[in-house]
Design a protein around this ligand. Structure first.
Ligand SMILES: Nc1ncnc2c1ncn2[C@@H]1O[C@H](COP(=O)(O)OP(=O)(O)OP(=O)(O)O)[C@@H](O)[C@H]1O
Ligand SMILES: [Mg+2]
Length: 185
């Protein structure tokens, strides 16, 4: 269904956007020595009550009216658990939500990370009124892209201006290659 972790990240980040977040933080961390890949998505959206959280892990719960079944979170949970990892949700109503998932990096059933740079690029370009902080770490080296900093530099120039869009794309790809040396994740 979502055979790549990066597509699952897109889905979880879109939950944050639908929850009215103005800032979405996405962290992808790879630790080869500990054989673990972690994904953390935090937002300042509407949050969930304790009761909502317990129901969200159930595929038959969703607040969406357009569809009866919500599958983004249950899928992430299952995808993490089959690799010996786990998924957790922490949330404060009207304040914040944090989704944490860990995967066994070398587990045979782990989905590939997929094209994470394209996912982040798509999120930023498709939601220019929302800020994103993206952090990618591999074995202790990391880089980040903070759209709040970009905004300060760019002023009124929109992210979808070709030069800016191209810069964002190259920034994501080149920094990733610097950090993971093209290691296939
Ligand atoms: N970051 C969040 N903040 C507030 N509520 C959330 C957040 N993420 C999920 N939810 C709530 O949990 C429900 C389930 O999310 P989930 O991604 O599993 O399914 P969905 O988004 O409803 O549907 P699908 O992902 O299959 O399109 C959402 O409908 C929403 O009510
Ligand atoms: Mg969803």
């Amino acid at each position: 269904m979502l055979p790549e972790i990066s597509l699952n990240i897109l889905d979880i980040a879109n939950n944050s956007i639908r929850a009215g977040a103005s800032l979405v933080k996405i962290e992808v961390r790879i630790n080869k020595e500990e054989d673990i890949l972690t994904v953390k998505i935090s937002d300042n959206g509407c949050g969930m009550t304790r009761e909502q959280i317990s129901r969200v892990e159930d595929p038959f719960f969703t607040t969406r009216t357009t569809r009866d079944v919500g599958l983004g979170i249950p899928f992430l949970k299952q995808a993490a658990e089959i690799t010996g990892g786990s998924m957790s949700i922490e949330s404060i109503p009207d304040k914040s939500t944090i989704i944490n998932a860990s995967f066994g990096l070398s587990h045979i059933d782990r989905m590939p990370l997929g094209d994470i740079c394209s996912s982040i690029y798509t999120l930023i370009l498709a939601n220019q009124n929302i800020d994103f902080l993206y952090i990618y770490e591999c074995d202790g080296k990391e880089y980040q892209l903070d759209t709040r900093e970009l905004r300060q530099i760019l002023g009124d120039i929109p992210f979808n201006t070709p030069e800016v869009a191209g810069f964002i794309r190259n920034f994501l790809i080149e920094n990733k290659n610097d950090i993971d040396e093209g290691y296939s994740i």
